[in-house]
Design a protein around this ligand. Sequence first.
Ligand SMILES: C[S@@+](CC[C@H](N)C(=O)[O-])C[C@H]1O[C@@H](n2cnc3c(N)ncnc32)[C@H](O)[C@@H]1O
Length: 405
Amino acid sequence: MSNQLHLQQFQQQIAESISSNTFLKISLGNYQGNEKELRNVYARRVKIKRADMLSFTYRYKTRDIIKNFPIPEGIALIVHFISNDFKVCTLFTTLKEVILEHGKKQLISVREQLVKTIVQPTLTHNKEKKRIIQPTGKTYLQELKISDADGNVFKNAQDKYRQINQYIEILSSLIKELPANKINNVVDMGSGKGYLTFALYDYLHNVLKLDAKVTGVEYREDLVTLCNGIAGNSGFDKLEFVPGTIEDYTVESIDLLIALHACDTATDDAIYKGIMAKAGLIVVAPCCHKQIRREMEKNKEKNELSFLTKYGIFMERQAEMVTDGIRALILEYCGYKTKVFEFISDAHTPKNVLVVGIKNSDSDQVAKSRELKRTEIKQKIAESKAYFGISYHHLERLLGLDKKV
Ligand SMILES: C[S@@+](CC[C@H](N)C(=O)[O-])C[C@H]1O[C@@H](n2cnc3c(N)ncnc32)[C@H](O)[C@@H]1O
């Protein structure tokens, strides 16, 4: 049987198992695509706002990303996956398992096996997973209107609660990369209403049992007053919110710096403070990318990419990638290992990219080889600036890298 026919039949089996309500889940494995940290993808059936959907869990080395699709799109996506980068796919139903595999010379084979124990499918698969930040007995979650006094998360706060947990899950795996869990001083730049600051404090103190000092920096004084009140009511005595700008914040010692959606160049200011304080871990989710976008707009006609950047949405995405790409290069220049990845589904917000810097440990040998790399990095930054018609990058300027030879 040809590959095409195998795929068609498999697609039909998925559709039939869904319509006959025998579908349990799909698992896709043996990934051979370009996403370095992607391991597997699982799809299960869920009801979201009364709509029947397929919920995909993309399992990466250090995190999971969930994306939901209407059933027909979901099935098409599964077929796309198995036609391309996933070499094994298993359909689990209440009656049998159907295993599709790419063998030698990319030939597809399909085999079936009957199940030993019958599992009933549930449509309300949306069962609440055990979250790292539990909602019971959390004053800050109540005061931030995420949960009620009994620890029930409000319907309209489910998304926020999930995001907080996803963010803490990501941070928890990054924190493990710090030497011997060394976290004494944590700063959240542009802390806003403090959702993440409180959750991170809670996680560090009550889950990891660390005695870290946590500081939120925020220029809106009303938010600072609100958050300090909640911190007091929660008994979080090593948590403090300070009024003022990130630029003016006096850096003492910082082990972990976070900045989530600090606007435009405020993200650069935050990274700069982290680098100056030699923070072990810097985690930022950039927001708007106006500074570089303005620069790119000025010269877009001359650019080879003008056929793309004449469209506003492409310009926006290009400016985002260039801004964050240069940020990552600068972090590497300053001795950080970097990661850039999506941290929540883009269904929640398009501003869902995390830029992470983990400080390299120092030794003479490493420092020497880094010197070599630094020249290359500076050259790369200069070339990309020239290519996109950018006269300066805010972080580069803060560090004086545009002047250093
Ligand atoms: C979009 S909110 C995000 C708040 C919070 N980090 C979160 O994710 O929930 C950005 C916050 O950063 C603050 N902010 C922006 N630029 C700042 C700066 N340069 N200095 C201090 N705070 C700043 C704003 O007032 C706002 O509260």
